[in-house]
Design a protein around this ligand. Structure first.
Ligand code: SF4
Ligand code: SF4
Length: 192
């Protein structure tokens, strides 16, 4: 962790800017998908409607909040993310509030912070989109222990999804989105 961690002030004021930003891709991991699906009681066909698959080859894909693995689909390798409405709002934003607050993706829980596994040490930084967040620079100083806890959770989720993606991309001969979602939902590694 960086030594200057403790000098960062942050308090989420629930302005919803990060949920409305068209240029932010809300990428998800296997655990996010399973948690949201179980929390909302979604069938796999409904899960597919809540998520989007951003093809690597797409020139108009918005910037991601962080690097998550790509998974093969029938259209090509893609990032999995929450669907956005035409105006850029997240599909789960209603009256400027998150409808799935307690089960929201880890990337939403950690914004505007991002984390990397540097091997010996986990490091953190601020999102490339940090300017949209009015909570940065206000409120209490961020506790380094809180950042460490968040980093552990985020990086473990990403590592598990990378492991899954490598297996899926290497072995799956029928990489349809439908089959992908079914496989994620039945993978015990993602059940928390
Ligand atoms: S932009 Fe910042 S302050 Fe606003 S909801 Fe997102 S994290 Fe909270
Ligand atoms: S899941 Fe909730 S917190 Fe995350 S972008 Fe959507 S509305 Fe915002």
């Amino acid at each position: 962790m960086n030594p200057e961690d403790s000098r960062i002030q942050f308090e989420c004021i629930k302005c919803g800017a990060c949920c409305r930003e068209e240029a932010l891709l809300v990428t998800v991991t296997g655990r996010d998908i399973v948690r949201i699906s179980m929390g909302l009681g979604l069938e796999s066909s409904e899960v597919i409607r809540a998520f989007d698959f951003y093809l690597l080859s797409s020139s108009d894909s918005p910037e991601g909040l962080r690097d998550t693995p790509v998974v093969n689909t029938e259209q090509g390798p893609a990032h999995v993310a929450l669907k956005k409405m035409e105006n850029g709002d997240c599909i789960f934003l209603k009256d400027n509030l998150c409808m799935i607050h307690t089960i929201r993706p880890m990337v939403c829980m950690s914004f505007p912070f991002v984390f990397w596994d540097g091997g010996d040490e986990k490091t953190w930084g601020l999102s490339a989109m940090k300017e949209i967040c009015p909570g940065l620079g206000s409120g209490p100083e961020v506790e380094i222990s809180d950042l460490r806890e968040l980093a552990d959770a985020v990086l473990e989720d990403i590592a598990l999804f990378k492991e899954f993606a490598e297996e899926w991309n290497r072995n799956e001969e029928n990489p349809t989105v439908e089959h992908l979602v079914d496989t994620i939902l039945s993978d015990q590694r993602f059940t928390v």
